[in-house]
Write a protein that binds this ligand. Structure first.
Ligand code: COA
Length: 286
């Protein structure tokens, strides 16, 4: 493999420091051009993303070779939990141990900042990353799904949810996702979504939705733990699918829902097909 021939002896691993953010984003775009879901970032997108998950650009760690960024890791600390908000090595430098060194640097860094465990997410089928994480001692904790379906006209979805404000659903969001690190961290993402989404609430649950072009998105849908198994989720889903139909969306995408029986049933019920599976992995670094 060509990558193994590259001399990376004088590789420098450090915080981003004064390096221009453009250089990091350029490296990211090389890293994720051949990704399972090809991604194209921009300085603005990366700043917004990092902020929305509670991170700081200054905490990004980069691998630099001959003056160029060839890899990066974005460690985020949330009290005793840390989360890896991105890791990658540009294709020509893969297989030379850089990914492992970046992860070790991130672990050291978040431990110093008080974290006792690290969580990260990896897409099912990303063998290099899965192997890397397994090698470093990470284990799968839960699985998330992304799915796609179609909007549809529904009548009779039960009590119509009322238009709610972000403040009204924040507490429900916290209770619904209370045992779930990544989703909890999404409180900042919830606030971001609140700016662009329609928010609706019923007694016991809420849903957020938005249309972009012909696609509808449901970034948040949830039912309070003690209100489950009463059809609230089905009503909310019908309402959201119908509302997106009214708004002119054709396709509907949902991301990062728990892979459990209840969710699978709901997806089946509305003919949503799973498009992506992600594992949440965890390691204790105490
Ligand atoms: C995942 C990624 C960061 C690994 O970086 P890397 O520098 O190539 O990895 P390393 O050379 O440090 O390899 C460390 C371990 O990863 C695993 N690994 C790396 N490349 C692999 C490959 N092509 N196939 C299988 N396992 C691989 C191995 O377990 C390896 O350990 P070993 O060499 O002792 O067997 C890199 O492939 C990448 O940037 N991929 C695209 C972006 C991405 O998927 N990011 C992670 C998102 S969760």
């Amino acid at each position: 493999m060509i990558a193994r021939d590259i001399k990376v002896d004088n590789l420098e691993i450090s915080h981003l420091d004064k390096r221009p953010l453009e250089d990091l984003v350029d490296a990211q775009n090389k890293i994720f051009a051949d990704y399972i879901i090809p991604l194209k970032s921009s300085v603005q997108f990366f700043q917004d993303f990092t902020r929305s998950v509670g991170g700081n650009i200054e905490d990004v760690i980069v691998a630099v070779h001959n003056g160029a960024i060839v890899g990066y890791v974005n460690p985020i600390v949330d009290d005793k939990e840390a989360w890896i908000g991105g890791l990658g090595v540009i294709p020509e430098y893969r297989g030379s141990g850089i990914g492992k060194r970046l992860m070790r640097a991130a672990e050291e860094d978040v431990r110093e900042r008080g974290a006792e465990e690290i969580l990260l997410e990896v897409i099912d089928g990303n063998t290099p990353a899965l192997n890397l994480y397994h090698n470093l001692g990470y284990t799968e904790r839960r699985t998330y799904l992304s799915a796609e379906g179609q909007s549809a006209r529904f009548a009779g979805f039960g009590p119509a949810p009322e238009r709610g404000r972000l403040e009204d659903v924040e507490e429900s969001h916290r209770l619904i996702y209370t045992d779930n690190c990544w989703q909890r961290r999404k409180s900042a993402a919830l606030a971001e979504s609140g700016r662009t989404c329609e928010t609706y609430a019923v007694d016991g649950g809420f849903v957020m939705l938005r249309r972009a072009g012909t696609t509808g998105f449901i970034p948040f849908i949830g039912v309070l733990p003690d209100m489950r198994r009463r059809g609230v989720g089905t009503s909310l889903a019908k309402f959201a699918i119908n509302r997106l139909w009214e708004l002119g969306a054709f396709k509907i995408a949902i991301y990062n829902v728990n892979d459990d029986m209840a969710t699978r049933r709901m997806l089946d019920k509305f003919d949503f097909a799973v498009t992506l599976k992600q594992f949440e992995m965890k390691k204790s670094i105490r």
